[in-house]
Write a protein that binds this ligand. Structure first.
Ligand SMILES: *Cc1c(COP(=O)(O)O)cnc(C)c1O
Length: 462
């Protein structure tokens, strides 16, 4: 399988390189040259299979001959047997035709584990085969960092440097990163916001001279392997609820749009999805784009759902590429205009998007109300991100006869402060994390200055 850039001027590359590269040299994102297709019969056959087997079948075409069948099967199996639930991603019924897909049974209790546990293993496999060491740099607004660290901790061929905005992630999130004591794990708290951190990571990828030849690897949500791993649970949940014989719908708490774009890929591969609902918090660029054709930057707002606090939604470019029927010139022009502050999507691609996507924005006050409401009506305590999804699903779904699947992206224990503000006593940490608040932390606080950060990375890699 070959991968091409959404901006159209970077050469096509193979799966191994796409996993190791991240951003394309023309500034675009890689997407598969052709989208694999599953027939009705192939999808029907997946109903009832274990998650690891569905994962193998869904991802196999994207990997192509970069990894042999047996090795890939072993990697997939190791990845998902490490989860804390035998179903990996259990479905819970909330109400008539409304289901919750629990994506938080991995080591850091958020959906990012599903992709990053696989990505770490894939990177280690490829680097080991080449006899190389790699450096990972990533910026996190919360969950990505700990999930990336957990995914890379056992990797012999990787050092990982994660930048998080100082004092802007929850204590549980910070401790999940900083209590990891491993020689290849390095936490940096940046005196700035998430976008400052992300800008420094981007600049480091643009000019890698500071690493003197060591390979720099991105594990942010633009990495294709993460998208690929996330396609799996849409298919697994869809076939569990009757696809391909009937349609399903999904609501996804969204920010960088990696999660929902994976769902869109599942649809393009053959899963019959009637509707996708994009749920945002007050940082509503995705909602404004779909609802008002206002594709523009606004100032960052700190919300009760901090893992969705973004200004720019990086994976949305991949969806635009499809909405523009893969016209990379149009996408490059649009992103250029967006870079100046504000862009408008043309009528035809916008109509294509609105055909499949609805959106809804949920502010902080509503998040608290929804946490109480969902608990009273379903017995489920939702984390603040999932609460955005729950409300968006109820407001924006067009057809209540189609099963709606709302993605639960984090365990409520990760966001205990919000749960308490909603009026509950708190949420016990799951057994696997009971000593989190007692462990020692390891991190350095640095200014939001590129040279300072790069010097730190160059000095601390092993
Ligand atoms: C990352 C994250 C999101 C947003 O996912 P995207 O793929 O960036 O859209 C939502 N909820 C939680 C808990 C997250 O960690």
């Amino acid at each position: 399988m070959r991968y091409i850039s959404t901006r159209g001027t970077a050469p096509a590359i193979e799966f191994e390189d796409v996993v190791l590269t991240g951003l394309a040299p023309d500034g675009g994102l890689y997407v598969p040259e052709t989208i694999p297709q599953f027939s009705h019969a192939e999808l029907a056959e997946m109903a009832g299979l274990p998650y690891t087997e569905i994962a193998y079948r869904v991802m196999r075409p994207f990997v192509g001959d970069a990894i042999d069948d047996e090795t890939f099967r072993r990697i997939v199996h190791e990845t998902y047997t490490a989860f804390n639930h035998d179903a990996v991603v259990p479905l819970v019924q909330l109400s008539h035709n409304h289901h919750l897909l629990e994506l938080f049974h991995g080591p850091t209790l958020a959906f990012k584990d599903i992709a990053l546990q696989l990505l770490g293993r894939l990177l280690d496999h490829f680097l080991g085969a080449k006899g190389e060491q790699g450096v990972i740099m990533g910026a996190t607004s919360g969950d990505t960092g700990s999930a990336a660290i957990e995914g890379c901790k056992p990797c012999e061929n990787l050092d990982i440097f994660i930048l998080h905005p100082h004092e802007r992630v929850s204590e549980v999130q910070r401790r999940q990163m900083t209590t990891v004591d491993a020689p290849n794990v390095h936490n940096i708290a940046i005196k700035g916001d998430f976008d400052d951190a992300q800008a420094m990571v981007k600049a480091s990828f643009a000019d890698q001279a500071f690493l003197e030849g060591t390979r720099l690897i991105a594990v942010n949500s633009i990495n294709w392997a993460r998208i690929m791993a996330q396609i799996v649970y849409y298919v697994a949940a869809g076939v569990a609820l009757g696809a391909p014989h009937r349609e399903v719908a999904f609501t996804v708490p969204s920010a960088n749009f990696g999660n929902l774009y994976a769902g869109y890929m599942a649809k393009r591969m053959g899963l019959p999805v009637k509707q996708f609902v994009i749920a945002t918090n007050a940082n509503d660029i995705l909602h404004r784009t779909i609802a008002d054709n206002d594709f523009s930057r606004r100032a960052l707002e700190a919300t009760l759902a901090p893992s969705m606090d973004i200004v720019v939604s990086s994976n949305f470019e991949r969806l635009l590429f499809e909405a523009y029927e893969r016209d990379s010139h149009a996408v490059a022009d649009l992103l250029e205009a967006f870079g100046q502050g504000r862009a408008e999507i043309d009528d035809t691609p916008l109509a294509r998007l609105r055909d499949v996507f609805a959106s809804h924005r949920v502010d902080d006050e509503t998040i608290l109300e929804v946490i109480r409401e969902a608990q009273a009506h379903t017995g489920q305590l939702l984390d603040p991100h999932t609460a955005c999804g729950y409300r968006a699903a109820n407001v924006a779904r067009t057809d209540t006869t189609t099963p709606m699947i709302t993605l639960a992206t984090a365990h409520p224990a990760k966001f205990e402060a919000a749960i308490k503000r909603a009026g509950f006593d708190g949420v016990p940490l799951p057994e696997a994390m009971h000593d989190l608040m007692a462990k020692d932390e390891h991190y350095d606080v640095l200014d939001a200055d590129l040279a300072t950060v790069q010097a730190f990375v160059a000095r601390h890699r092993h």
